[in-house]
Design a protein around this ligand. Sequence first.
Ligand SMILES: Nc1ncnc2c1ncn2[C@@H]1O[C@H](COP(=O)(O)OP(=O)(O)OP(=O)(O)O)[C@@H](O)[C@H]1O
Length: 943
Amino acid sequence: MVKRSDRRSRIESAFEHLRRSISDALGAAENAHQRVLDTFAEQEHALRIAQTGAAKAEREPEQVTDDPADPRFQAALARALADRDEIYRDWTEQGPPSLAKLVEANSPGSASEPFDTWLGGFGDGDAANPPELWRIGTASVPDSPLSPDFPAVVPALDFAHLRITTDGVPETAETLVQNLLLRIVSHFQPGQVRIHSWDIARLTGTLPDLHPLSSAGLLTAHDSTRLSDMLDVLSDHIKRIHSHDLLGEHTTLRALAAAHGRRSEPWRIAVLFGNGDPLRDEQQQQLQRIARNGLACGIQLITVDLPLTVNSSIESITLIGENRARTSMTGPEAVVALDDPPTRGQAAKACGSIAAEFESRRARVRTFDDLLPDELWQCHSRSELQAPVGFNEGEEVWVRLGDASPHTLIGGPSGSGKTNFLYGMLGAMAARYSPDELELYLLDFKEGVSFAQFTPGKRDPSWLPHAKLVGVNVNTDREFGLALLRFLSDEMRRRADVAKQHEVTKLEELRAEDPSGRWPRIVAVIDEFQYLFAERDPVTAQATKLLEDVARRGRSQGIHLVLASQDVSGIEAFWGKPAIFEQFILRIALPKARRVLTEHNQAAMELPRWHAVVNHESGVKHGNEIARIPDATARDTFHELQQKLWQRRSAGSHAPRLFDGSNLPKLSELADYRKLTTSVSTPRALLGQIIDVEGTAAAVRLSRSPGRNVAVIGSVPEDTTSALGAAALSLSRQHEPGTIRFTIGSLLDDVDDAARSVATELAERGHQVDVVGLDGIAETLDGIAAGIGSGASAVRHCVVLYAVDAAQTTLERKDPVTRACALDSLRTILKQGPESRVHVLGWWRSAQRVKNTLGMGPVDDIGAWVAFDVHGQELSAFAAGQPVNWSPRSRRGLFFDRSVHSRPEVVLPFDLGGVPTVPAQRSTEPGETSTNARAEVREEAGD
Ligand SMILES: Nc1ncnc2c1ncn2[C@@H]1O[C@H](COP(=O)(O)OP(=O)(O)OP(=O)(O)O)[C@@H](O)[C@H]1O
């Protein structure tokens, strides 16, 4: 029995164990299950919190769970908030302060500062470097921890259009736009920003606080029914700016302004208030086009409730009620609390004073000084030259010489102010560009000394450091115009050759390739240039050819022509050659100028005094800019500037070469004369000065070869004695005493003093000089001829004969015994002398008389000649038989050296300085004088 009860208790305890085990096992499973459920619930909460946003889940937990107290939700929320804080930490600590700092630095003054610090003043912001971002309010990210504030800014002006979408309350948008525009118009000089507004819903225009700007034309409120007018105005601006300002390397006004340090056009901001509906098709398309192309031209659109889709940069602001907005700049998370506006009175007052300031600037009489920059010589001429020349309603009107407008034509009747205009333009350029950036070649064909101011004078030693050449009183010396064109053409070729070596084609590229080289732009001014083409002759033909060359190819080599004329209508060479004329893209028409602008452009006819039409579009009407031209020739204008520039000139700066057609060049000052030295094997006899840019001497080399004699032909003693004297004096300079001797034949009373003066001067220089009169000439020539027969001497012998033909009878007188005459001796000297170092420098009073001396044969013994007041046809025999086209003119000669010339060239006789060319008075008989002179000279020469 015991056994049975034991067994039962064991079974019961076994069951008990089993039950406990089962119970334990079941309990553990339930716990595990619960844990899994909890984890799952928490993750589900986390997922929902993530979908809703941690901040919203915290703010409105019932959006995420039915039981916000559920610890599993709380755990998930705590973790989400901790993660968010971790993610935001960097931004929270550094983002807002660094943003505020960036805005402060990049949006100075009215671009970001509170209204009360600047409202009511006039800005002087740098329009070449405008702020990119403009403040509209204070932003925060409500869902971020601590939610620190930061300034909310939007791009404006060149950088982006602005699209505003309202919440149905357009007044908020209007305040926002007004605030932004107030900041912008107050930032720059009055006039730098122009506003256009249009409101579909309001006939009276919008932006009431800005209304005072409209009195000065700074705000144009367009009629609500005439949107097209506004769009047309903007489209026209874009077209004009493209064809006017953006022709060169720059594709935006902003880039152009950055390169030149100034804004050539004001900004135009167009504000359009719509009603949410798109515009009519063609208006919408036009608006899209403006949006696409406007920013490059400084045209910014601000649209309100107007659908607009463009590829160009556009920022959007969406108003969300209570003066709050979201912007594309700050992203969807940030909310912008828009700035409160200033009071209406404050804003209107500020706009009123901006308008008044603009008006008063516009009305101010601008002077020559206003054409000058604050700092001299700060500009580079790599791509073009530009400078203001006048003012339009107070705004500067600029001219540009560059690829797009290489050359200028200036027209206006006498007294209309052409010379004054040139002074203004050249002054404005010379003040901006240093002489390494700009060189000037200035020629005035009219009588007078208009450009002489640029060269040193007796009272004022200053000169314009940019000027290389100044030609005044050139009216009869058309060859000088030709010489300038030839010089420019040669320079153009030289530049093109160097460019080629650098494998480029244009000056601009050459300057980039050769930054250390000196490649200034050249401006060549020819005033009254019609004189150059005044006759139908070879000068006109050559000038036309050269002008065409320079006009066409000068643009790429930085060579710019500025041609001015009273009347361009009669210039056949010009009008008959469209290829030339087309290159003169910049036209300046002074009041009543004819044919400078196109036929249908009559603007010059209505111009008031001291105004000009400046037109960079070949004179067509839409290129007209009217400018008031300041007085640049009055006292203390150009002259004062020249003084300043002269003081700044570099150490090596030389005064410009002056060609003054009314004065003769002084032999003693001529570079070619001063350069003469004794260390030459073949001396050169200088006869006059060639009409060229350098002022080269007309020189004949007296080598030991046949024909190296010089004939001076003509009946005007002052010219011919100058040529003979200059020849003798220049030869003396190339010989040590004892290595040359002179025999001066003074054969005409009228020139005896001139001959004797030269003889005295030669003797004073230590040379042996014999002066012989009519009485002794035959014997002297016979002696020299006989000497030639006995071989060459080491001493050069110059036989200088004043008026050979005056001794013709004497020379022809035959020796009764030998039947020989001195004329034969002269012919022998002419023929055989040069090889024996004996040269004749003779003056004959006509071409026929030279022939008489030479006899029947050819004229080869006269290798070089200079002729004054002799007609061309008389000279052709002396110029290898070619026709010589020359009408004599006062104080000019024709020079030909058969060994170097293909055709004769024009020369000026020299002013010999102390050595008189013609005697003032005669007191004694020629024979006596000669004898006395001989004695004197021999004495002085120590002979
Ligand atoms: N913008 C101006 N403001 C004041 N005076 C001016 C202005 N332009 C020219 N003048 C004056 O008018 C006169 C004639 O000017 P300027 O010599 O420049 O004319 P021009 O067209 O070159 O005449 P011309 O062909 O006869 O030489 C000068 O006395 C000059 O001082």
